[in-house]
Design a protein around this ligand. Sequence first.
Ligand SMILES: NC(=O)c1ccc[n+]([C@@H]2O[C@H](COP(=O)([O-])OP(=O)(O)OC[C@H]3O[C@@H](n4cnc5c(N)ncnc54)[C@H](OP(=O)(O)O)[C@@H]3O)[C@@H](O)[C@H]2O)c1
Length: 309
Amino acid sequence: MTSNLTTTAALPADAPPLLVAGAAGTLGRAFRLVGRIRGLRTVCLGRDELDITSADSIGQALRRYQPWALVNAAGYVRVDAAETDAARCFRENTLGPLLLARACAAQNLPLLTFSSDLVFDGRQPRPYLETDPARPLNVYGHSKLQAEQVVLSRHPQALVVRTSAFFGAWDEHNFVHHALGAARQNRPFAAADDLLVSPTYVPDLVNTALDLLLDAEHGRWHLANAGGCTWAELAQLALRTAGLDPALVQPQPAASFGWPAARPGFSVLGSQCGQLLPSLESGLHRYLADEQLLHSEPPPAYLHEAHDA
Ligand SMILES: NC(=O)c1ccc[n+]([C@@H]2O[C@H](COP(=O)([O-])OP(=O)(O)OC[C@H]3O[C@@H](n4cnc5c(N)ncnc54)[C@H](OP(=O)(O)O)[C@@H]3O)[C@@H](O)[C@H]2O)c1
């Protein structure tokens, strides 16, 4: 297994930075890590330094850092909690991107923001393309779809990346981490066997999204590893790849979990722009290699920082 998180490049100290909002989240930490590896000067700010729901805070950050582009890695991702917390969900997922789009459009500044497979209703029998009609089933999906619409209407040059089901080696709040953790303790792990998604290895997502940003691409793009599967199949594949017993996975219907938010039965992402990310199998192999690197003694400094951030 080979990691692709093994090189770092020198950072030019005086280059305008890439500014990233949402530093403490899964995606924000990945931008920090990938930025270091690629030698891109990256300034990642948490909510206290850049609150995306405050025009003043956005203006101050842009004046202070004078970035060449802004990445919105912030958002409200608690899909079930959003059902009873809609005001906050819309503030962070829709108002925030709208204010960022306004500020960036006023300065002709490239903006990259992220949306979700949950803008779809799952009734389509083939992977969703960027042009397929979106019809969300839950509050979170509505907040993301409205964000796409307001961002692209205020800032047509913005890049809106729809993606799905993150897993990253330094992130302890993801499905693959939980499945492997249970199996390593020989515990059964229940997973839905009737929801098909596009699992996405976060470094692959960030690298490709950065490539698109550097190429000045805009509009909606679907970015996910190739290979849609159910959550139960993802858990089985992760366990097999790690040399663990896939029989520990207990496939169950989604309804048995009692989740408050409705989810599409099928939200696999295809793309009319081409399949830019490698296979899910490749992502899982590199996840395991990166996990090993993270737990090596001493862990590489850049990986350790991404983990601690
Ligand atoms: N996770 C997935 O599987 C997935 C799938 C598809 C799309 N996405 C999208 O990817 C993006 C990032 O997701 P993620 O999983 O990295 O989320 P995450 O780990 O929950 O991180 C989100 C971050 O956003 C920050 N934030 C929230 N409101 C903010 C505000 N007003 N100003 C500044 N920062 C704020 C949060 O800060 P606090 O820590 O202070 O709350 C948190 O650090 C979101 O747009 C999400 O919809 C995620």
